[in-house]
Write a protein that binds this ligand. Structure first.
Ligand SMILES: [Cu+2]
Length: 351
């Protein structure tokens, strides 16, 4: 992970690699995935962003029993939407994901998109000790109440990034996936004008992002079209400047000396839309979700905290509990099983 001359880092993985095996599926075709748990603790797999039967959603105690150490679970579903998705554990998620359990799932469009190359950048940070190992201390309450567990080492497809080889005149589809626990990224491609063609797996009207910056929160995916209009032999920086004063160079687009593949580029075309249902909102039932919490919030001193929040405060002196709440209740750890539902909704009604 840290590159030549540095110690190897012990991580938890799917299939022995980080990122986990790239699952390329076809839209509308069934898939069967056997997950065998060789960890010393329970796990499940959540297929982030895929619309699938509830029983396949991977939430322990809610949609399935946890997969115990040594046991297996078979996930079966048919992805209805083409796009860029990912998978990760949903049990002790902070630590299991923080130690490396994550992989990407690409559902291919029925008709391939006209690009020269389809690239994938799995981005994430890690908190690594000076010995090059994953730092412990998951679930620190002070962090939980601030910006979360932000790491000190950033990798691209599992290694500290070097230059990315580019040929002048290429049109590239670049799939960005942020599998960090907490780090938000804001990417700028110097000398290039990327066009956003999908957000979180769903196609959108092709557009240039605000200020040329591509904002990627944890778990987010952005698909870009980038026309490589730089000079042969040129080097162009990719900057992440989300956190003020902590701007850094993520990587560089490194052009070969080869003559450009083309000098005139066709207009970017939209990806085919997925078969998403269109809700009729004219007579929708209304509910409110109130998000509260955090160390910086005014509520911390106002006494307006919900039950989970009070436990969270107690937790600062003892066991870590909730720091944030929705309508006054919090999910603590992976305690989905005993949570009362926030709402009970009638099936088929617009909300
Ligand atoms: Cu997820």
């Amino acid at each position: 992970m840290l590159g030549k001359g540095n110690p190897e880092t012990d991580v938890w993985t799917y299939g022995g690699v980080f990122p986990g095996p790239l699952l390329r599926l076809r839209q509308g075709e069934p898939v069967r995935i056997v997950v065998e748990n060789r960890l010393d603790e329970d796990t499940t797999v959540h297929w982030h962003g895929i619309r699938l039967p509830n029983a396949m959603d991977g939430v322990p105690g809610l949609t399935q029993p946890p997969i115990r150490p040594g046991e297996s679970f078979v996930y079966e579903f048919t992805p209805p939407d083409a796009g860029t998705f990912w998978y990760h554990p949903h049990a002790n998620s902070l630590e299991q994901l923080g130690r490396g359990l994550a992989g990407v799932l690409i559902v291919e469009e029925a008709k391939p998109v006209a690009v020269d190359r389809d690239l994938l950048w799995v981005l994430r940070d890690w908190r690594v000790t000076s010995e090059g190992q994953i730092a412990s201390g998951f679930g620190n309450m002070m962090e939980a109440g601030m910006s979360g567990r932000v790491g000190n080492t950033i990798t691209l497809n599992g290694t500290v990034p070097g230059d990315q080889p580019i040929r002048a005149g290429e049109r590239v589809r670049l799939r960005l996936v942020n599998v960090s626990l907490a780090r938000i990224m804001s990417l700028r491609f110097e000398g290039h004008a990327p066009v956003v063609i999908a957000i979180d797996g769903q196609p959108c009207e092709p557009h240039k992002p605000d200020g040329g910056r591509i904002l990627l929160g944890p778990a987010m995916r952005i698909d870009l079209l980038i026309d490589m209009k730089g000079e042969p032999g040129g080097r162009y920086r990719v900057i992440d400047d989300f956190y003020e004063g902590l701007e850094y160079e993520l990587t560089r687009l490194a052009y070969s000396d080869a003559v450009p593949v083309r000098t005139r580029f066709p207009e970017p075309t939209a990806l085919p839309m997925n078969p998403l249902p269109e809700p009729d909102l004219s007579a929708a039932e209304r509910h409110e979700l109130i998000l509260e919490g955090g160390m910086m919030s005014r509520m911390m001193g106002s006494g307006a905290m919900g039950r989970g929040m009070m436990e969270g405060m107690g937790g600062m002196m003892g066991v870590a509990r909730a720091m944030w709440s929705i309508n006054g209740t919090s999910m603590t750890g992976d305690g989905h099983a005993d949570m009362p539902p926030l709402f009970t909704l009638a099936r088929g009604r617009p909300i």
